[in-house]
Design a binder for this molecule. Sequence first.
Ligand code: PEP
Ligand code: MG
Length: 325
Amino acid sequence: QKAEWAALKNAETVTADGKHFELAANIGTPDDVKGVNDNGGEAIGLYRTEFLYMNSDHFPTEDEQYDAYKAVLEGMNGKPVVVRTMDIGGDKKLPYFQLPDEMNPFLGWRALRISLSEAGDAMFRTQLRALLRASVHGRLRIMFPMVALLTEFRKAKGILLEEKAKLVAEGVAVSDAIEVGIMIEIPAAAMLADQFAKEVDFFSIGTNDLIQYSMAADRMNEQVSYLYQPYNPSLLRLINNVIKSAHAEGKWAGMCGAMAGDQTAVPLLMGMGLDEFSMSATSVLQTRSLMKRLDTTKMQELANKALTEAGTMEEVVALVEEYVK
Ligand code: PEP
Ligand code: MG
């Protein structure tokens, strides 16, 4: 089995009926890029930049960030890199930045909510400038986390364009091919995906949070972990809505939550037409091998059944077992 996976390292991800899917990997630091290439990743689907902030004793400067982003883009040799703007808050703290004591930090001041606030404005603009400057070194996709409202996306994109205009006026080279997208990890955004799809370049579904928010079950609380159900039909319907809404506007939809590398979920996601799967680098070859054995028409049939006939997670899993032998 390991030998079969190794042979797929430099292969394209193609299904039994010849359809291509993008198999990407998640990273936390520039050092992780080697693992992506060693495991045959076709892209980076999520660079969690908050580690840059968490592994520092001060807000990383524009140059420090530029160096990190450049290293990742160059390391990927022109393959796409999705960089997520910082997602601090929730469970992630910074020693040099005071976060308020909150009753529900996961429902509180985190991620883009900080970036769009007065207190986070300078930090956000610094990060965007570093990204814009680095954009000439590869194929950059910028992604905003924890978007609930279309107005939040517009505001964030507006700030990005302001910083781009400033850099261009200063004579700094900036790529014109940067894609700008959002994470779909809040049910409100998943429901309104058709409207978001008119304005974003792509979606990436963050199932780790999307599941906890749609089930109202803390993703770290053992006592309610039975509610944490990636295969629940309600979650599949949300995901399907996101994918179909993206495609209706000619945009692509990916996934960067743990579900994207889940071997039971992959057949369902293929059937729904997910375009990009981003997972831990060590899952890429196993997933490529699985996809190679599967037929997309059959997986569409499977997904349709799961979406229209299943009432429970167990019923969905039984369907997958029936379709994937
Ligand atoms: C997610 O929520 O699915 C996700 C990929 O982001 P994180 O795990 O960093 O919250
Ligand atoms: Mg998340």
